[in-house]
Design a protein around this ligand. Structure first.
Ligand SMILES: Cc1cc2nc3c(=O)[nH]c(=O)nc-3n(C[C@H](O)[C@H](O)[C@H](O)COP(=O)(O)OP(=O)(O)OC[C@H]3O[C@@H](n4cnc5c(N)ncnc54)[C@H](O)[C@@H]3O)c2cc1C
Length: 344
């Protein structure tokens, strides 16, 4: 947009919806949006575009921190369509001139965001792993660069809006709090579209086997040494009622499928407990672990980088330590159930 920077205000969060449900990737963006809005003394504005925008969706957006919801509903928005959604979004952006636009890096979000950025002639930082307020309302977007070997801080000092996409699982969704918000229902003119969506096929499986929602995750790396030893990861995950995951090598080597991979090109997790066994802690892996609450690392190398990120570390052979952990866990479970029997 060619408007003066000072004329642009508010942090927009795009709330993608599918089958009437708001997508997680968008809802989590209320966390960085609120941090920016508070630092810049601006508002958080949720953008909803769809066949129908229900009062439940608006209440959900308000409960997560939207001060305003701008809703565009119409039969042309029942299914995501690049042109239709980009048109609507750009009309809104030209009218309201946001300071920033945050979009979840879902398949559709990744399609939509660059198109909006190109039309508005502004910058877009893709796949951010952190977003921080900066001086003079110039936001600092942090993302992996050069094959993920370093983290770059990207700014968009001149153009507005400042745009970013963020993958699901990078930020924790804020606590829901019942509150009111201003609702603006907009009607935007719909141009004839150059392409028509003939149909869509729904993917059957959750792409990352629920890793993004798992509370306990046990992950194995190359240090597990082979497919047979990797079974210990599944066993420990099962014993703890959690999910099994991996770094890239075990997935590439076929010890586990790629849907279980955590990291820059895998899932971003936000587990309460992440146990990393035989994982060195490469930056590409750790970008997917940044939202885990507690990290325990088991590694033979006391200088492995994972220990810098871990809350607890065990220096030793995971292939020996996991069976010992399993034994202890099973012993405690038996003791507890025996105690339960006794009390009865
Ligand atoms: C563009 C790009 C994207 C990438 N995306 C991802 C991604 O999304 N996720 C990801 O994980 N990687 C990703 N990678 C790969 C990443 O750079 C690392 O190569 C990978 O994470 C290393 O996996 P690892 O820690 O299992 O193996 P290694 O780095 O080989 O580490 C193995 C560790 O196991 C320890 N060890 C050995 N034996 C034992 C034992 N018996 N018990 C305990 N510890 C032991 C070793 O001390 C070592 O620290 C990406 C790379 C690139 C270039």
């Amino acid at each position: 947009m060619t408007k003066e920077r000072s004329q642009c205000k508010d942090i927009w969060v795009y709330l993608e919806q599918e089958h009437g449900q708001l997508e997680k990737a968008g809802l989590e963006l209320f966390t960085p949006a609120r941090a920016l809005a508070d630092a810049y003394h601006e508002d958080v504005v949720a953008i909803l575009i769809g066949g129908q925008i229900t009062s439940a969706m608006i209440a959900h957006a308000a409960s997560l921190g939207a001060d305003t919801v701008i809703a565009v509903a119409g039969s042309g928005y029942g299914e995501y369509h690049t042109e239709a959604f980009a048109d609507a979004f750009c009309i809104l952006a030209e009218k309201y001139r946001p300071n920033s636009i945050l979009i979840g890096a879902s398949d559709n979000g990744r399609d939509l965001a660059p198109r909006i950025a190109a039309r508005l002639k502004t910058g877009l930082t893709a796949d951010c792993i952190d977003i921080r307020p900066g001086d003079e309302k110039v936001t600092r977007f942090i993302c992996p660069a050069f094959g993920g070997n370093l983290l770059a801080t990207i700014i968009c000092p001149q153009r507005r809006p400042q745009m970013a996409t963020v993958r699901a699982g990078v930020f924790r969704q804020p606590e829901e709090n019942k509150r009111e918000c201003t609702v603006i229902r907009e009607t935007v003119p719909q141009k004839p579209l150059r392409t028509v969506l003939a149909g869509s096929v729904r993917k059957e499986q959750d792409g990352n086997c629920g890793l993004e929602k798992a509370k306990i995750i046990v992950a194995g790396g190359r240090g597990m040494g082979g497919a047979k030893n990797f079974e210990l990861i599944r066993e420990l995950a099962g014993e703890l009622g959690g999910a099994a995951a991996s770094s890239r090598p075990p997935a590439d080597l076929g010890w586990i499928s790629h849907e279980h991979m955590v990291g820059q090109t895998g899932a971003s997790i936000m587990a309460d407990l992440y146990i990393a066994c035989g994982i060195s802690g490469a930056i590409q892996h750790m970008t997917g672990v940044s939202s885990a609450k507690t990290v325990i690392a088991i590694n033979t190398d006391p200088d492995a980088p994972i220990f810098k990120a871990a809350d607890f570390g065990i220096v030793g052979d995971a292939v020996e330590i996991i069976p010992a952990l399993l034994k202890e866990l099973r012993k405690r479970k038996t003791n507890e159930s025996e105690k339960g029997e006794f009390l009865k």
